[in-house]
Every structure is written in C-alpha cells, then in structure tokens.
Design a protein around this ligand. Structure first.
Ligand code: GLV
Ligand code: MN
Ligand code: MN
Ligand code: MN
Length: 426
C-alpha cells in the first residue's frame, strides 16, 4: 500500500472544524481511532501487536527463532521505526502520522524484497507508536519515550494534569494501563538495537535556496544530525481580580497586562541571542471573563537553542525581565520548569548508514539539524537513533498549512525501506 493511500484513510480523523487542521490529543476519541487504525493495519500485515506498560504500541515483524531461542531473545537488538499519532491543537496532517504510515508502507516494500530473496533479515523489525509526543494534553512532550527511558519519573508523570484537571494516572488507567507499572522499562528499551524515525520536515530546512537546483527542484528528503535543546516553563502571574467597569485604570494590578509585556520581553530576549527561539504559545487568564480583570494569568514558555548554556541564559533573562514586568503592574510572577531536553547529536555511525542508504534514492539529500523535538531525540541517549525528514514545501508545521507532496512521501518510504533493510541485514 502506498503511504499516500494510508494517509488518505485517516484524513478525516480528528479534523478540527474550529481551529482548522487536526486536533488529536492523546487518548482523545481521534487518537484512539488512529491507534485502532494502526493496530488493524499492522494486524492485516501479520504483525504481532502489543501495547506496553507506557501505552507505546509495538507491531513486530518477527524473524524465525532458531532452535531453542525464545521470541523474546529474537527481539533483542531489533530495528525499530515509528513515530506518533497525537497532534498539537490545530496541527497539520503529517507531523507524526507520516512516520507511522511510511513505516507501514516501508514494511510492505521490505516484505516484497524478502519474498524475492533480495532481503536476508538477521533482526526483527518493530513499528512503534509513541503516545503524547506533543505534550498537548499533559504538558510534557515525548511522554511515552521519556517514561520508557526513565527521563521522567512515574510519580511526576502520574500527577501531570490536563486542562480539565484529569491526571495522567487516571486517564492512563481508563485506557487499560496499570499506574503501578508505568515508568522506566529497561527490558523494552533493550529490544531496540537502532531506532529510525521518519518525519515531515518542520521548517525551511530543505526548502531553501541552498538546496534548490537550477531547475527549481529540491531534494525530497534529508537526514537529521542534531535536535536543538528545548524546554517548557510555566509562568504564573498573580494580580488582583476585579471588576472591569468599576476599577479605575490606576487602581489595577492586572496580570494580563504584565503577561503581554512578558510575551514581548520573550521575543526581545530571544533576539539578543542568535539562533535562540522563544515562544509564548499558550496563555490562560483566570477566571477568564470579558468583564473581569484576571486574578492570575498562566503563560507557557518554549525556549530552544543549539547550546544548552544559551538556552539557560535566555530563560534566566526572561524570568528576570518577567519579574520587572510583573512588579511594574503591581503583580508577582513565579516560574516552574515543566520539561527540558538538552541538545541531541544523533549517533554518527547510524547517521552515516542512513545517509548512505537515503542517498541511493535521493543523491542530494542534505544533512540537517532541527528545532523540533522527537521521540528519536529522547531515545538517542540510550540507543543509536536517527531521523529522515521529508520535504515540506510550505515550511510550516504545527499549523494546518503543513505540507508534503505525494512524490516526496514515496521517496521517503523508499529511503526508509533502504535504511531499514541495511540495518536488518547487519
Ligand atoms: C514537538 O513537535 C515540538 O518540537 O515541540
Ligand atoms: Mn509536533
Ligand atoms: Mn512530531
Ligand atoms: Mn515533535
């Protein structure tokens, strides 16, 4: 099956008529429907599907066990590929699902190669779906891979809350997970010998004059080398809730005004540090009434930079400026770190294997860093991990305008199949 027909089959799931694009928060109806879709596609292909203690779905294409060898033993040191199916609010069609659909399409290709004798597998292959990659519901991105690797503790994860106040522990239990078993899973981790994630490119990485040929053509795919360090912080600005009509302008302690200035200071601070990106993408006034001066405003800060020390400096400066902004409006501010992931350098050995394999289909495939976070980045601290990016002509992501052309997606599958096939034979 082609990756484009697989993507077509899920094109209506979680479409958001209000924001545009897709809203598929983890364990929402849309996410659950997508997870069912994946399980059914995997089972149709004869894969052995299981969901682990952290809600990660594994679909195994096992190899023949030799005499006396258990299935568990054959699965150690496997080749694993996959991505996620959850989305940000109003996100694009490709961020996550393209990697999952491409993995299924690449598997079809690999099966055909095995049948024709062109592939001699020595390792098992698994396709994985990681839950809550976006952190859109519980606030911590890559929650599934962080749990498996121990990058977040069970206690912290179970107590994360969504915007309705439901804890991750409660929601996970409602979806068949056992809270006591959630968390670090070295046995699972040891099944991964190499992890490759295919993903839509999320900026203008490929779509630049540097990689555009004289005829206007750009390479369909790129290979990842680094992920910028990135984190999330929550700032709570408290003031005095009051009446919008009776409180004179000079008598206010309005945290919304302070939050507006903090947002501006965020942009200005990032601009002082080349390469830094700092965003306030979410803001919540409490109680949130048109005729009510808020008593508190929570705002979430996302800061990224290739050097971890610079990220730390940017965050410190923003916090210090936020205190000044708050004070100037009779308010106070507190900041807490919600998550942080340092800059990741993918395994040079795996990356050069990927590079060689990918360049068979796309000879001019560039090697690119990315500012987007991925489960491959979390796994990279434990197992050789690498990424393949598919060109995004709009250069837009986390928005409905995210785009991928069919021919590029097909080349992405070819590149992924070549990369996996090399690893499966190694
Ligand atoms: C997730 O896609 C992120 O990079 O924030
Ligand atoms: Mn994303
Ligand atoms: Mn993604
Ligand atoms: Mn991501």
């Amino acid at each position: 099956m082609t990756v484009n027909s697989l993507m077509q089959a899920i094109a209506d799931i979680g479409a958001d008529p209000i924001r545009g694009g897709y809203s598929r928060p983890v364990y929402s109806d849309a996410d659950l429907t997508l997870r069912e879709w994946f399980i059914s596609e995997a089972q149709t292909r004869g894969l052995d599907v299981e969901t682990d203690h952290n809600g990660i779905i594994w679909a195994w294409w096992d190899r023949q066990a030799s005499a006396g060898e258990s299935v568990e033993a054959t699965r150690r040191n496997s080749v694993v590929t996959g991505s996620h199916l959850d989305s940000v609010p109003g996100g694009g069609a490709f961020d996550g699902p393209l990697g999952v659909a491409s993995a299924l399409a690449a598997l079809d290709e690999l099966k055909a190669r095995e049948q024709s004798g062109a592939l001699k597998r020595r390792r098992c292959l698994a396709i994985t779906v990681f839950p809550e990659e976006e952190g859109s519901r519980f606030g911590v991105a890559c929650l599934g891979s962080r749990l498996m690797t121990g990058a977040i503790t069970r206690e912290k994860a179970l107590n994360l809350r969504d915007s309705e106040g439901l804890s991750f522990g409660e929601v996970a239990a409602d979806h068949g997970l056992t809270p006591d078993l959630i968390g670090e899973d070295p046995a699972r981790l040891s099944t991964i010998g190499a992890f490759v994630e295919l993903h839509v490119e999320q900026g203008r990485g490929i779509n630049t004059p540097e990689y555009t040929a004289a005829d206007g053509k750009q390479p369909a795919v790129a290979v990842g080398n680094t992920i910028l360090g990135h984190g999330r912080w929550r700032l709570s600005v408290t003031g005095q809730g009051n009446h919008a009509g009776t409180t004179l302008m000079d008598d206010r302690a309005d945290p919304m005004v302070a939050a507006a200035e903090i947002t501006l200071a965020t942009r200005n601070t990032a601009r002082e540090h080349p390469g830094a990106r700092a965003t306030v993408g979410r803001l919540q006034p409490i109680p949130g009434g048109t005729n009510v001066i808020a008593s508190r405003v929570d705002l979430w800060l996302d800061v990224r930079h290739p050097q971890d020390e610079v990220t730390a400096t940017v965050v410190e400066k923003i916090y210090s400026r936020a205190k000044d902004c708050a004070l100037a409006h009779g308010c106070q501010v507190e900041m807490v770190e919600e998550s942080y992931s340092g800059t990741v350098h993918f395994s040079p050995e795996l990356s050069s294997q990927l590079e060689a394999a990918v360049r068979r289909t796309v000879p001019d495939a560039p090697i690119l860093p990315t500012g987007a976070g991925h489960d491959a980045g979390v796994l990279a601290a434990h197992v050789p991990s690498g990424m393949i990016y598919v060109r995004n002509p709009t250069g837009i992501s986390h928005a409905p305008e995210e785009s991928v052309e069919n021919d590029d997606a097909d080349q992405g599958v070819q590149a992924l199949a070549d990369a996996l096939s090399g690893l499966l034979e190694a």
